[in-house]
Write a protein that binds this ligand. Sequence first.
Ligand code: SF4
Length: 136
Amino acid sequence: MRSRDARDAGDSDRTRRRFIWLAGTAAMAGLAGCSGGGGAEPSETTATTTQSSGSTGGVPEAYATATSLDGTQRNPDSLSSQEAVSYQDEPSEGRQCSTCRYYIEDKNGDGVGACAIVAGEVDPEGYCVSYVEYEG
Ligand code: SF4
């Protein structure tokens, strides 16, 4: 015959096993909820680079290997994405692309230029964390 302590220990064991089983079941139910449910699949994709639009790095051909205000030559194969440098379309504390050493001025009259180190078209009033004032 089992002692009361042994029974208690046995009960405790069963309780623990039951808890683990319930926890597992709950986890499975949670997973089922995530993978099923008939909801629409998320359609949002995250753009991680703007360098994929051809060999120019996201700009018209005229800018592809142009030089910036300080003479830095743009290399379409070695550019940061605008996301990576937190590019924005407006100045920051008086700093903007048109006064940055890496800015490539508008060449086709559309009001936007490019950058020697960042992919994509760049607004002269834009700004990014790689800004370096042009002192030429
Ligand atoms: S502020 Fe950034 S994006 Fe603008 S010209 Fe300078 S480096 Fe390029």
